[in-house]
Design a protein around this ligand. Structure first.
Ligand SMILES: Cc1ncc(C[n+]2csc(CCOP(=O)(O)OP(=O)(O)O)c2C)c(N)n1
Ligand SMILES: [Mg+2]
Length: 374
């Protein structure tokens, strides 16, 4: 894996001190949450998989906090940080990892399937690249319904090699859909490096094949990531121009707890990236600007520690889902309604998202004026 350019972009930012501290706190929260989740996993309190964002906090926070209220976010199974940065409750995210009824998905989803629909976070998806066509579908719905927002779709470097990536970006480019595709390039898909798996390792360049702008940014620099994401989201919202943003970052841990992450990476490489730790870099910048309070922001660290401990306590005390309610929360009300509207020969219910082109079908109940994306 080649390292990022040593030239650090010194961004002038007009963010307030409070906003800068909010970004710093969020990165600290994600780091601490992940460290404690890892520990809880080894104590056998979390089942299934656990994919950590440790090392990638600037990319997670820079992208997820760039959205406007009308926008929607999708991401991969490495989703804890995105959920937290989107404002999901720390307690409910931890409870979901523990498989508890109080979790963000009522314990039905677990680590890979977090969501917070009311904050427009539409998940955590387990199939590599699987969220990309779904995000494009959401962008198509926004477009058809003439809604103002855009879609932010995050995925890993490994997902770029899937057919779903190509098919979805082709349609987004062709139909000018409001979507920003963010490649979180941490150098590896499980144990396979980008250099070994991609004919063109500069992944952002693939955007050209779909007639989109593509750019690469230092994924360890939260302000650079945020600025680029905001700018590209504006392009998507205002000009219906989709784009690709590649963020160069690194995961310090292995792919998941069963992968020590050392068989395919040298200690020197890991150390080199740790030398550009996104939280340390940002803290230094805040310190230089005189923004960091009391003793290098120690108070914020302690506050975050408490918040995560309270989340663990909450998860431990929460009830398991009742086995008899296993099928609850699997389909939402809207989905049931949508299935009810389907007529023979209209297997995808397309008519419901195209106001004005509804065809009469005696077998189908009345189609509402418009479907909503809430
Ligand atoms: C379609 C599909 N193929 C294979 C897998 C198994 N798998 C899970 S994660 C992963 C690596 C993906 O790497 P990347 O997209 O770079 O994301 P990262 O884990 O680095 O965040 C693979 C191959 C899967 N979940 N789905
Ligand atoms: Mg990867």
């Amino acid at each position: 894996m080649s390292t990022v350019s040593p030239t650090e972009r010194r961004l002038e930012t007009n963010l307030s001190d409070d906003e800068l501290l909010r970004l710093h706190r969020l990165m600290l929260l994600i780091r601490r949450f992940e460290e404690r989740a890892e520990e809880q996993y080894t104590r056998d309190r979390i089942g299934g998989y656990l994919h950590l964002n440790i090392g990638e906090e600037a990319t997670v926070v820079g992208t997820s906090t760039a959205i406007q209220p009308d926008d929607y976010v999708f991401c991969s199974y490495r989703d804890h940080g995105v959920a937290l940065a989107m404002g999901a409750s720390t307690q409910q995210v931890m409870a979901e990892l523990f498989g508890k009824e109080t979790g963000v998905a009522h314990g039905r989803g677990g680590s890979m399937h977090l969501l917070d629909v009311k904050r427009h976070f539409l998940g955590g998806w387990g199939i590599v690249g699987g969220q990309i066509p779904i995000a494009v579908g959401a962008a198509l719905a926004l477009d058809n319904l003439e809604k103002p927002g855009a879609v932010l779709c995050l995925f890993g470097d490994g997902a770029v090699a899937t057919g779903a990536f190509h098919e979805a970006l082709n349609l987004a480019g062709l139909w000018h859909l409001p979507c920003v595709f963010v490649i979180t390039n941490n150098g590896y898909g499980m144990g396979t490096s980008v250099e070994r798996s991609s004919a063109e390792p500069e992944l952002y360049k693939r955007a050209a094949a779909y007639k989109m702008p593509g750019e690469r940014v230092d994924g360890q620099d939260v302000l650079a990531v945020r600025e680029a994401t905001q700018r590209l989201l504006r392009l998507a919202r205002d000009e219906r121009q989709p784009s690709v943003l590649e963020c160069l970052t690194y995961r310090y841990r292995g792919h998941s707890p069963i992968d020590p992450g050392k068989g395919y990476r040298t200690p020197e490489e890991i150390e080199e990236w740790r030398g550009r730790d996104p939280i340390t870099l940002f803290a230094q910048r805040l310190q230089e600007r005189g923004v960091l309070p009391d003793n290098g922001g120690q108070g914020i660290v302690e506050e975050v520690d408490r918040e995560v401990q309270e989340a663990i306590d909450f998860a431990l005390q929460s009830p398991d889902p009742d086995p008899s309610a296993l099928y609850h929360h699997i389909y939402g009300e809207a989905a049931v309604e949508q299935f009810a509207r389907m007529a023979p020969g209209a297997p995808f219910g397309e008519r419901s998202i195209s106001p004005g082109v509804v065809t009469q079908d005696t077998a189908a109940p009345d189609t509402p004026d418009e479907a909503t994306l809430n």
